[in-house]
Design a protein around this ligand. Structure first.
Ligand code: ACO
Length: 402
């Protein structure tokens, strides 16, 4: 096809697209989104089917290698990943050096760079064996490192992964297990996390994924690229929104505010307050991931007395917003982050940790996208242009004349 951007660049014209609202940075065969219809597919498979029928590791395989694995392929993959779950004891010490209350996304990002330093024999981005080994090591280490970021923030002893547990089971035990007693796995919780991680696994060229690809385009190694993705994800307009949503709900509750007054405040642009967990650059319809998560939140959070005040408040917020002209006109719907925090809170995680859970889920997507970028025959270093609006040429003024 005609590369319009290239043709234009030769004529001296530059396209200004702040925030890349309509600029495709690559061709990709991984994830398809139709934002108007609320459709999301990984490698052609509808997210609803994967969320219901698949496991996180199977979806990771699908994203990275392009097709669903056979039984043997999946067993082999799970084995390869599991055997890379333990991290070097000295790397473990890194986690102890962070202060209590240090943000888990910072700790996680540093941990991934540390992992790269410990895996320095697998850093060549153009050696397929290095890339494969690094991908498996990242996948294997991520539950351990994410759980250690949590354990270090609460001051509990680190647990070791076990080969007889699945990926998600290991993650939960690494997070909640203590040396004092055997951690009892709850099947509903395990399934909920399988689903949540599947829903987060990829989302085409969002801010963190574009960052991973951009950093990778300079031939930086995969660890550096993925740590950069973690950093991009941490922002409250992106993955950090799951933490922001819970803090928003707690604020409304603690200030005794009613939902209608809060929505009125959001509509008043002067307030600078946003309805966190609402709106999306691509979805102009209900985010299909939010729809699935809402169902899980309802099933998991309602006890026998059907009582959960924050969930009730979230539902009331959603209903109020969806029937309000401001949100209707702008096509603002709940996104993936609107209901996840409530589930994470119910599992016992502090809000500052929620975005690390997003990162754990997004890892296979980042790996798949990094690998796709590296094998794209049209690949080029990412290097956007700008429209210069600064001073035109002026002469240097000596200090005493300013
Ligand atoms: N609350 C109130 N108003 C909003 C919201 C919101 N959450 N989101 C968008 N709007 C308004 C904007 O003020 C703007 O209004 P205007 O046309 O009167 O100026 C209009 O809707 C369009 O919004 P943009 O900011 O232009 O949309 P953009 O695509 O740039 O931003 C974003 C998308 C960042 C997700 C935005 O909707 C937002 O800030 N949402 C809250 C944070 C959030 O939940 N982020 C998670 C996104 S999903 C993810 O990353 C995993």
């Amino acid at each position: 096809g005609l590369n319009i951007a290239k043709v234009l660049s030769q004529t001296g014209y530059t396209t200004l697209d702040t925030g890349y609202v309509n600029t495709a940075s690559c061709q990709s065969a991984i994830t398809y989104i139709d934002g108007d219809k609320g459709i999301l597919r990984y490698r052609g498979y509808p997210i609803e089917q994967l969320a219901e029928k698949s496991t996180f590791l199977e979806v990771s395989y699908l994203l990275i290698y392009g097709q669903l694995p056979t039984k043997t392929e999946l067993e082999n993959f799970a084995d390869q990943v599991a055997s890379r779950m333990m991290i070097d004891e000295r790397l473990k010490e890194l986690y102890r050096s962070f202060p209590r209350g240090g943000h888990p996304m910072m700790v996680l990002s540093a941990g991934i760079m540390g992992l790269g330093a410990y895996n320095r024999q697998y850093l060549d981005p153009h050696n397929p064996e290095h890339v494969e080994e690094a991908s498996l090591r990242l996948l294997g280490s991520m539950p351990t490192m994410t759980a250690y970021a949590y354990k270090s923030s609460v001051g509990e002893p680190f647990q070791y992964p076990r080969k007889n547990l699945s990926y998600v089971e290991n993650y939960l035990r690494l997070s909640f297990g203590t040396p004092m007693e055997e951690y009892e796995l709850n099947e509903d919780v395990v399934r909920a996390f399988e689903t949540l991680f599947i829903l987060h696994a990829d989302h085409e060229q969002n801010c963190s994924t574009s960052t991973v690809r951009m950093v990778g385009s300079s031939d930086a190694n995969i660890y550096a690229s993925i740590a950069s993705g973690v950093n991009a994800l941490s922002g409250p307009l992106h993955g950090g929104a799951n933490q922001a949503v819970l803090e928003m709900l707690r604020d409304i509750r603690d200030n005794g505010m009613n939902v209608k007054d809060f929505v009125a405040k959001v509509k008043d642009k002067q307030s600078g307050v946003k309805l966190m967990g609402f709106g999306h650059r691509v979805y102009k319809n209900y985010d299909p991931r939010a729809q699935i998560i809402k169902g899980h939140a309802d099933a998991l959070l309602r006890g026998t007395d059907n009582n959960n005040a924050l969930l009730d408040m979230a539902i009331e917020l959603e209903e109020t917003a969806l029937s309000d002209e401001y949100f209707i006109e702008r096509k603002l719907y709940p996104n993936v982050d609107f209901y996840t925090g409530l589930i994470y809170e119910a599992m016992g995680f502090p809000p500052s940790y929620f975005t690390a859970l997003f990162a754990l889920g997004r890892l296979p997507g980042w790996i798949a996208q990094w690998r796709e970028e590296h094998t794209d025959p049209a690949r080029k270093i990412g290097r956007p242009r700008q429209v210069y609006v600064g001073a035109t040429e002026r002469d240097y003024v000596p200090m005493d004349a300013r």
